[in-house]
Design a protein around this ligand. Structure first.
Ligand code: RIB
Ligand code: CA
Length: 313
């Protein structure tokens, strides 16, 4: 089977880091054409730096990393240092990157890549706010039909919000961008909190990462040691939810995930519910289904895959 060509759009973030490591450890299934950083968990200068730190942690410094949008389309940037720490990668003590950013804007890289690669052969994997993706679609509408699929982490329905009572962080930060993407007509697979809150790094699972003994395994264990405190305190959960790695795991083992093809629209008017992903889970409207909204996963299978792949780095 040919490896799937992807662009990872990301705001690292400990969970983004794990998603990127999983992708870079899986060359048979995934060819990472490039990584595009966006402002989200922390400001762009840090997400662009952290993306390179993760590439170096994986020993894959040939992957081009581009800096993208430093603010949402029209709203003020909201960040999440309260979850990820002031660096965005708090936990392990990782060295500053030596690999440079690749020259050029992330949005232009997305546009150029979709124009250069055969139509229908590039998957976009957004792990943060959708600002870069929406900006690319606005700047070059011709690329929209060339996208194979979008597999993104964002949104919530039964699980409700994590940054407001109704909204998940990635969508909340740039709801206008999310609205553009969800209305684009591209096939979208959504990994909402409904599934990512079932991908919890319990102590046993984190001990397995640490026991790998390699740099990546130990760093991931240290990242989740830090990252889990927010969710454990708020939800009383057993460990950190690995939100973003659900995206790259889906590309490798889609059979680990279950969902439903439904319509999802984004709240962009009411401040009370701003950024809510309104999923018509029970089909009570005549709105056209536009996403595969994932609700559950085989968590043991997910962690077995992740642990096996981290061992390769
Ligand atoms: O709500 C969780 C999402 O917001 C994850 O992608 C996390 O990295 C943050 O970006
Ligand atoms: Ca993220």
């Amino acid at each position: 089977m040919n490896a799937r060509k992807i662009i990872i759009d990301t705001d690292p973030g400990q969970d983004d880091a794990v998603a990127i490591l999983l992708a870079l450890a899986s060359p048979e299934e995934i060819e990472v054409l490039g990584i595009t950083a966006v402002a989200g968990n922390v400001p762009l200068s840090l997400t662009a730096k952290n993306a390179r730190i993760v590439c170096e942690l994986a020993g894959k410094t040939d992957v081009p990393v581009y800096a993208g949008c430093d603010a949402p389309l029209s709203r003020k940037l909201v960040t999440a240092e309260h979850v990820h720490g002031k660096t965005g990668l708090d936990g392990p003590d990782l060295p500053d990157p030596t690999m440079p950013l690749t020259h050029g804007h992330a949005v232009d890289f997305i546009i150029d890549t979709l124009r250069e690669q055969d139509a229908g052969t590039v998957t976009l994997c957004p792990l943060g706010p959708l600002t870069n993706i929406a900006t690319a679609f606005q700047k070059a509408p011709d690329i929209v039909s060339r996208v194979q699929e979008i597999v993104l982490m964002g949104g919530a329905y039964f699980e409700v919000g994590n940054i407001t009572p109704t909204a998940e962080f990635n969508i909340y930060v740039d709801p206008e961008a999310a609205d553009i993407v969800f209305k684009s007509g591209v096939d979208i697979v959504v990994m909402p909190l409904d599934v990512t809150h079932k991908a919890l790094v319990t102590k046993t699972r984190n001990d397995a990462f640490r026991a790998l003994g390699n740099q990546a395994g130990v760093a991931v264990a240290q990242m989740t040691d830090f990252f889990e405190r927010f969710d454990k305190e708020k939800y009383g959960s057993e460990g950190a939810p690995l939100h973003d790695p659900c995206v790259t795991a889906y590309l490798i083992r889609p059979d680990l995930f279950q969902g439903r093809h439904v319509n999802v629209e984004i709240e962009t008017a009411s401040e009370l519910t701003m950024g809510m992903t309104v999923a018509d889970w029970w089909g009570v409207t005549n709105r056209t289904p536009n996403t595969t909204f994932i609700g559950s996963l085989d968590a043991d299978g997910f962690f077995a895959l992740l642990t096996e792949r981290l061992a390769r780095l």
